[in-house]
Structure formats: structure tokens, C-alpha cells
Design a protein around this ligand. Structure first.
Ligand SMILES: [Fe+2]
Ligand SMILES: [Fe+2]
Length: 738
């Protein structure tokens, strides 16, 4: 059913006309349902805070440095690095600035001011009275001169002043330095050929009336100083591994602190940034994971599973970083993710876990952070292709080794880009081992030990985190597993039925992008309860006497219905995972045994339909719903095998069985849309078709000719090929199995 049709139903009912919860509608409509994430986010927040605080407490116990305080250790460089020597650069720039003493500028108004003052001097008549701006001595000397000499001197002063300022304006001051420009006056005065006394008097007058024509310009000086500073290039230095950055006891300057941070040494400060990033992550992660959950809703993992995988990623990466092998710890997390989740979801969780760790781990050097990001991204992608279709533990072990080898190569490449030379010395295999092998070996040792430890421990914890790993499903679906062996011996018909449903379920799940391993193991164990009374079920009667012929229909129904409860009991007894038990409990939903109900009524018994109904619950997941459909479909095909001759017959039976489950409200708790139901039908048709086709080929070869086929071909050459009957006599002429 399309979304518009859903909306037309005013959100009250689903596509089958049944009431559905608002939460389920939200998921169907693709709205973000925050309630899915409340508990996982809170759990993840707790884990994140614990990791950050543990790191902080480790760093605070004398493993860190403080700016301005004596260094607790002699810190050495652990990775090669080019860095800006800010302190030296600043010092040089400061010196370059200081070398600019001051920029002198010419005062263009000085000449006019001198002329104005000479005019004022000219205008003096009373030489005894003080005049502002002129010294008493000068006034007295000029007052004592005869008038004609005074006029001559004043005229000379005008002429010399003009020449003086003209010389300054042209810049031709004879290479004189600042403050010495007035010597120009003397040169001009001497040219007049006066007596020494008159020359002195003239000089005194000109010195008093002439302002300094050059002065320091503060703004221009600052500009020139800044320009000089900028002209000094930054000083870059190379830090080689092993070189001491700061000695123990030496004060940690801001410059040294910067280097220590870049080298990945922790600082003594409360990890406020990490906590803030963690809070931000808690908002971002649900949306990030919801993207993949929307794409593949069939295989949404449990919240506790996601929390577990991301927590392992954080813990392993933090541990790896603190023992000096950044990049270690990612492989275990990636392996765990692909073991516990579908590959597309695992890819997103891997990326989320590894990338977020970079922002939470304190004291990561820039190179370590980059290494973690590259490792996280590359291993997530390679896991997508390598850690897929795992057949056994040996297969998994082999694939983990391949991933580890891939990581070793990646480590060497990253180190090469970091500046570590890949030389014969670094690659030396003889003792002492080359540096490259030492680092790669440490990472591989850490990763392989932790990964195999997690693989070994996973079966013990997977039930608690709602996970059914590939390994567990492989173990459970192996014919030698205890319950399957028991089924094989004590109820061979049911065993055969379960294997066939398992194969069908696996094929359909693969077609629909669902978890085929889970579907297969669920199908193998769904009828395990029939082990208590195998002879009560038609497939185990092997064509012999039907025990129900001699029983009352009510008793028959009780015995048959009990196989669900008894299946759960057996599952508990044999410790089957919760997800497998869901298949046992839900595979019949609340359907009824109509045959026995009608038989009871026909025999005159006073019975209620409820007495002939399975206790339920109805399928709660897509997987259990699909198994219910396949189980019913297989029984219907078996019952009607004589009437099946064409593909259309199979299609018709599929339509009928699915419609019966929908009208019987058995699928109302599952978020199937009509579109998905159509996909399920097509996938089932394909699976049943291929099953019948396989048998057909065999039968045709054995029987040579099937009469009906010949007849159909003769009558209508273009008609669809008939679907031959199954060859197995156990599936012919039997009534519908419960
Ligand atoms: Fe059953
Ligand atoms: Fe069954």
C-alpha cells in the first residue's frame, strides 16, 4: 500500500484494516522514532563518560604536563614532524621591527612659519621690550646694531632662509644625518663674507625662527616596522623521532606544550572538550544509524548490540592509543560488528564507532588521529567485502588473518606518509628487529589477540545483547547439533520438512535482503516441539496408520497445538537463543486447526473455536512472519501437489495463503507494506519454482515422458511450461500439515 493510502486511513489502521500503534505508523511513514534510541543513547553516554574519565584519571596520575610548570618527564618526539618555531620567529620579527628607528617626514609648513617670524622680527621697533617668541639676548644684540647693518642682516636672513628650505625640499642636504641639517645654514652664511660676529648673530636669528623641517611620523614608523616584521619568513624546524622536546624539570612553555600536544602527550586538564563532543555525538549517532536502519529495516539490530559494538570500539581504540599503537583496536570492533549485524548496518556502526573514538580519546597526536580515521574507514570497507558469508570458525579465523595482513600493509604505507623512512634498517628481520616490523608486530599482536578473544567470548554474551551471530547460527544449523540430530532420528519427517523450509527461507531471505542465516536456523528449529509426540504429525507417519483417526478431534487438537509450547520447553532445555525461540512461539500465530474443529462439530461435540487455536503470539518480526507464510505455503503445496501443473498454480496458492494470513489478522503486528508483501510473494514464487524445477528435471529424465506435459504442448505450444509434480512420495497425497 502506498503512503498516500495510509494517510487516507487517517493513521488509525494499517493496510490490512487493523489497528496499529502510532509508533509503528511512524516507522512506516519514515518518521524518526526517538524512543528507539533513548535507552541505547543513555547507555552509550554512560560508557563514553566512563571511557573519558578513565583516560583522564590515568593521565592525571603523573602522566601529563602543564603549561608554565616544570615538566614531569623528559619528553621525546615519537613521530617525525615539521613544525613552525613560533617563539624564534616572533623573536626575529621583533628584532626586525626594532631595527626601524623612526620614519622622518618633512614639515612643508616650516618655510612659511620662518618667513612669518622674520617679518615679525622686522616689525620690532622697541628692542628693549621683550617680544614673545624671541630671546632677550637676540633682541639686545640686534637692538645694539646700527639701523643699516640691522637691515642688511635681516635681508640676508630672508635670503639664507629661502636657500636653506629650498635645499631641504630638494633633498640635497649633503648626506647629513638627522639633526644636522642646520649645518646647511652655516654653509650659506659663510658665503656672505660677513664678520664672525655678524655671522654668529645671523645664525642665532635663523636658528630661533626656523622650526625643524623633519620629524618622526609615528603612524608611518609603525607601518614600516610591521612591513619589516612581515618580511621575516616563518622558521620551520624538523623534529626527528627520539629527539628530546623538553627535559625533565624544564618549564613547559606554550611553544613546548604545543609540540607535546601535536606529539600526542596528554595535558593536565579536565577533559571538557571530550565530554562536549560526546554529548554532541549522542545527538548525531541516532540520525546516522537511522539512515541505514531506514534502508534495511529487516535487519535492524538491537540497541544493546549497537551499544556493545561501539563500546568495544571505544575501549579497544583507547587502549591501543595509550599503549602507543594507535590504529590497534579497530580490527576487533570491525570483526564484532560484521559478526553481529547485517553488513550494511555493520558498516555504518563501524564508521560511527571508529570515527567517534578519535574525538573522545585524549592526547592523540595529529598523526595518530589521522591513522585512526584511515584505519577505521579502510577496515570498515574491507570488512564489508571480506567478513561476509562466513561458513565456520576456521573460515572466520582465516578472514581475520587476511584483514590483519591488509592492516599491516596499511600501517607501513601510513608510516611512510608520516615521514618514517622505509629503509633496510627499518625492515630488517634479524635481531634487533627493524622499527617497521616492531610497530606492525605490536599492532597485529594486539589486534589478533583481542579479536580472537572476542570471537571466543561472543557465544557467551550474544544472548544478553540480543544478537544471534553468524557463528552461532552456523553452529545451530549444523546437522550434528544435538537437537537436530535428535529430530533426525526421532522425527525424520519433521526433520525433512524443517530442512526444506530452511532452504526455502534462506533463498527467500536472500532475495529480500533479510538475514538468511537467521531465517535458516529459525526454520530448522520451528517445529522442534514435535519431538515430544512425533507420530501425531502427518509427516512422521510415513504412510502408516493416522493416529488421529482413532482420537477425538479435541484431543488431537490439544496434542498438535502443544507442539508450540513443548518446542519452547525443549529450546529452554537445550539453551537455544531467544531469537530462535521467537520462531518456535510465533510460527503458527493464533491460527486455528479448522479441520479438527469442523470434525468435532460434525461429530456433535460442543466445542468453541478458541479450543482449536494456537496460543500465539502472532508474528512480531518480519522473519517470523515470513516463516509462518513459508510453513503454511509448503503445507498447502504438499496438500495440493496433485493439482499443480503450471507456474500459475503456484502463484494462485501463494496468493491464497498470504490472503488467508492477512484476513486472519496474523500479520498485523509486522510492518509489512503492500509493496513488501508483493516482494515476499515474488520471492516465494521464485523459491518454490526453482525447487519444483529441480525435481522436474530429475523426474523427466527418469520417467522420460510425462503424459500431461505432452498433451499441453500439443494443444498450446506457447502456453507456460507445466510445473511437474514433486517426485518425493512423502509429499504426495497428504493433508495439510499443522
Ligand atoms: Fe509447527
Ligand atoms: Fe512447520
Amino acid at each position: 500500500m502506498s503512503n498516500s493510502n495510509h494517510k487516507a486511513n487517517k493513521h488509525k489502521t494499517n493496510k490490512f484494516g487493523h489497528k496499529v500503534s502510532s509508533q509503528r505508523l511512524k516507522r512506516v511513514f519514515g518518521e524518526f522514532d526517538a524512543s528507539h534510541y533513548v535507552v541505547p543513547v543513555m547507555l552509550l553516554l554512560c560508557v563514553g563518560v566512563a571511557v573519558i574519565l578513565l583516560e583522564w584519571s590515568y593521565a592525571s596520575s603523573g602522566h601529563n604536563f602543564t603549561v608554565g610548570a616544570p615538566s614531569p618527564y623528559s619528553y621525546v618526539a615519537v613521530s617525525p614532524m615539521r613544525y613552525l618555531d613560533i617563539a624564534s620567529t616572533e623573536d626575529l620579527r621583533h628584532r626586525a621591527g626594532d631595527s626601524v628607528a623612526g620614519v622622518m617626514v618633512r614639515d612643508v609648513g616650516a618655510s612659511d612659519r620662518m618667513k612669518r617670524r622674520l617679518s615679525e622680527f622686522h616689525a620690532i621697533r622697541d628692542w628693549a621690550a621683550p617680544v614673545k617668541g624671541f630671546s632677550g639676548e637676540l633682541m639686545q644684540a640686534f637692538g645694539g646694531l646700527p639701523d643699516d647693518r640691522r637691515e642688511t642682516l635681516l635681508a640676508s636672513a630672508d635670503a639664507v632662509g629661502d636657500i636653506y628650505f629650498a635645499a631641504l625640499a630638494s633633498g640635497d642636504v649633503g648626506g647629513l644625518r638627522l639633526g644636522e641639517e642646520k649645518s646647511v645654514l652655516w654653509a650659506e652664511i659663510e658665503k656672505l663674507g660677513m664678520s664672525a660676529a655678524e655671522e654668529n648673530l645671523l645664525y642665532q636669528l635663523l636658528e630661533e625662527v626656523a622650526d625643524p623641517s623633519y620629524k618622526v611620523d609615528p603612524k608611518l614608523t609603525q607601518f614600516v616596522r610591521d612591513t619589516a616584521k612581515k618580511a621575516v619568513p616563518s622558521i620551520e624546524r624538523q623534529l626527528e623521532p627520539g629527539k628530546v622536546i623538553v627535559e625533565q624539570g624544564q618549564t613547559v612553555t606554550p611553544q613546548i606544550a604545543r609540540l607535546l600536544r601535536l606529539q600526542g602527550y596528554s595535558e593536565d586538564e579536565f577533559p571538557l572538550h571530550q565530554l562536549l563532543v560526546l554529548c554532541l555525538l549522542m545527538f548525531v549517532l541516532p540520525f546516522w544509524l537511522e539512515i541505514s536502519a531506514k534502508e534495511i529495516p529487516e535487519s535492524r539490530p538491537t540497541g544493546s548490540c549497537v551499544v556493545f559494538v561501539i563500546s568495544v570500539a571505544w575501549l579497544c581504540e583507547a587502549t591501543g592509543a595509550h599503549v602507543g599503537i594507535a590504529g590497534a583496536g579497530i580490527l576487533p570492533a570491525v570483526t564484532l560488528a560484521y559478526l553481529c549485524m547485517s553488513r550494511r548496518f555493520a558498516f555504518n556502526v563501524c564508521l560511527a564507532g571508529t570515527v567517534s573514538a578519535v574525538f573522545l580519546i585524549t592526547g592523540l597526536s595529529i598523526y595518530s588521529a589521522l591513522s585512526l580515521l584511515i584505519f577505521g574507514f579502510v577496515l570498515s570497507i574491507s570488512g564489508f567485502y571480506i567478513l561476509h558469508k562466513i561458513d565456520s570458525r576456521e573460515n572466520l579465523g582465516y578472514k581475520v588473518l587476511v584483514m590483519a595482513a591488509f592492516m599491516a600493509v596499511l600501517t607501513v604505507i601510513i608510516r611512510r606518509f608520516q615521514g618514517f623512512p622505509v629503509t633496510w634498517e627499518s625492515l630488517r628481520l634479524s635481531w634487533p628487529l627493524g622499527e617497521t616490523w616492531r610497530v606492525v608486530g605490536q599492532i597485529l599482536f594486539f589486534d589478533l589477540v583481542v579479536t580472537y578473544l572476542i570471537i571466543g567470548l561472543l557465544p557467551m554474551i550474544e544472548n544478553h545483547i540480543g544478537v544471534l551471530s553468524i557463528l552461532k547460527t552456523r553452529d545451530l544449523s549444523h546437522p550434528s547439533s544435538p537437537l537436530l540430530r535428535k529430530l533426525q532420528v526421532e522425527a525424520p519427517g519433521t526433520y525433512h520438512h524443517s530442512l526444506m523450509i530452511g532452504t526455502l527461507a534462506e533463498n527467500v531471505a536472500e532475495e529480500l535482503g533479510m538475514d538468511e542465516n537467521l531465517m535458516k536456523v529459525g526454520a530448522y528449529y520451528h517445529d522442534i516441539g514435535k519431538l515430544r509426540r512425533p507420530r501425531f504429525f502427518v509427516e512422521n507417519q510415513l504412510g502408516g496408520e493416522n493416529i488421529h483417526d482413532t482420537m477425538s478431534p479435541t484431543l488431537s487438537a490439544v496434542a498438535i497445538i502443544a507442539h508450540v509450547r513443548e518446542g519452547i520447553e525443549l529450546a529452554n532445555e537445550f539453551g537455544l537463543p531467544k531469537k530462535v525461540k521467537e520462531f518456535i512461539a510465533e510460527h503458527h500465530g493464533t491460527t486455528s486447526l479448522g479441520y479438527f474443529y469442523k470434525k468435532a462439530l460434525a461429530q456433535g461435540e460442543k466445542v468453541e473455536l478458541e479450543q482449536f487455536c494456537y496460543p500465539g503470539p502472532k508474528p512480531q518480526s518480519r522473519e517470523t512472519a515470513l516463516l509462518m507464510l513459508l510453513d503454511s505455503l509448503e503445507a498447502a503445496m504438499r496438500a495440493e501437489s496433485r493439482n499443480i501443473s503450471r507456474v500459475e498454480d503456484i502463484r494462485e496458492i501463494i496468493e491464497r495463503v498470504v490472503a488467508a494470513k492477512i484476513t486472519g489478522k496474523q500479520l498485523e503486528d509486522v510492518d509489512f507494506t503492500f509493496k513488501e508483501i508483493e516482494r515476499v510473494k515474488e520471492a516465494m514464487l521464485k523459491a518454490f519454482q526453482s525447487m519444483y524445477h529441480t525435481r522436474t528435471v530429475k523426474e523427466i529424465k527418469e520417467v522420460k515422458e510425462v503424459k500431461e506435459v505432452k498433451e499441453v504442448k500439443a494443444q498450446a505450444p506457447d502456453a507456460p511450461l507445466p510445473v511437474p509434480l514433486p517426485a518425493d512420495k512423502d509429499f504426495v497425497g497428504r493433508s495439510m500439515s499443522p
